[in-house]
Ligand binder design. Sequence first.
Ligand SMILES: Cc1cc2nc3c(=O)[nH]c(=O)nc-3n(C[C@H](O)[C@H](O)[C@H](O)COP(=O)(O)OP(=O)(O)OC[C@H]3O[C@@H](n4cnc5c(N)ncnc54)[C@H](O)[C@@H]3O)c2cc1C
Length: 427
Amino acid sequence: MSTLVLGAGISGLLAAWHLHRRGESVEVWEAESQIGGWMQTLPWPTLDGREGRMERGPQGLLVAPGSATDLLFKELGLSLNSPGKGARWVGKGQGLISVPAHPMGLAFTPLMSIRTKLRMALEPFQPVRPAEPEESLYDFIARRAGKGMADELLAPMVAGILAAPPKVLSVDAIPKLRQWEAFGSLFNGVRKSGISHLMVPEGGMGSLPKRLAEQLPQVRTGLRATGLEPCASGWRVKAQGESREVAQVILGLPAFEAAALLAPVAPASALALESIPYTSVKLWHSRHAPLAPFKDGFGFLIDPEFGRPYLGTLVPSWIDPGSAPSDLMQLRSFIGDSALWEDPEPDTPKDWLWTARHLRRWLPELGEAFQTHEEISPNAIPRPVVGHRTWVREALEGLPKGLDWISNARFGVGARDVIEGVPEALD
Ligand SMILES: Cc1cc2nc3c(=O)[nH]c(=O)nc-3n(C[C@H](O)[C@H](O)[C@H](O)COP(=O)(O)OP(=O)(O)OC[C@H]3O[C@@H](n4cnc5c(N)ncnc54)[C@H](O)[C@@H]3O)c2cc1C
């Protein structure tokens, strides 16, 4: 069967790669001049011309031994490096509090009250609830691990991954949670699924889409699909100065882009996809003199109560040593959408001065930045709010034969959800 995949982000490329391996004829069209979508590693040389890099999207991947992600990298012959067990912190109250590396350490951490810890210890004994009706992420964690956990720790954790508050998000924003609950408890689920470790592909995250594209016969960039219509052989797809007739079209696109193409041919699907909101984020990359012990850790997430919409800062020079030479510490600070976070200074521009002020609140000894880079990422991350499950189901049910939609908004927000979800969706 001939398939045209639209979008060369990780979703589209993975779909094309799996089909190609099954012997199907497949071509990919990408609107931008580069492949990878959000998963791109960009060169960022130092001021004196030494090599360095920064990520547009994910900084790394959580990989459990024997998982779909682990197997994919092995099949692609792409090596994964682990930065090891670096410290990580949560910013709360007056300062940064270290997150215990081992679950046993949770018993002694000042991150949570004693009452919260005792309630968390009862998590394995909570009954499993049916999947319907869809719960919010906050309600799910409060039900399983207690309201204290949901109030005291969930918000900074979730802000760092999904850039949105847990009360507005659906539990489906982190599909692993319900998968773990199916083992009887989250505790059991995590234990049985294998502990994941943070890993970075050799050369940065962008190596993954590049390697997938290298193994595909036809990946064309600078071709934005603009129209879709039925034809005798299946579907005709149009782009500027180009038209292709194929049996199947896979839209590897964000929901709002897919909705625009589907509106004339699958209006119910388009309507459901239009309902899925996306979150915009802003990032500041910066380079400083190394600051111990912070330089040897993952970074910190901020409890939104104490810093919103500043969400936290990662240390790419520790996570991926290729980011910067060892005499520099590279940081990556995340700023969320003011509209979602009850921003106390909504009219203050979130420029480098604003970001540096927030950074110094938690790292008072941080030296001046030698180099900064601003990145504005509009509609970067799907925001699966309660109702998401219904929209995804309606979107898929409304698709005519020969059309499919494959995107992180369908599988969960993270790259790992996409890697696990795409092969299942193609079966
Ligand atoms: C700042 C940030 C941080 C992140 N951090 C993490 C993390 O730490 N861990 C993690 O697991 N995930 C993270 N993610 C999420 C991860 O990046 C995404 O899950 C994944 O990259 C989404 O891939 P995708 O292919 O579904 O979509 P996209 O990457 O959006 O790809 C869609 C592609 O379609 C193309 N396109 C659009 N319209 C058309 C058209 N009409 N015709 C042809 N092509 C078109 C686009 O140009 C794009 O290349 C992060 C994302 C961001 C933005």
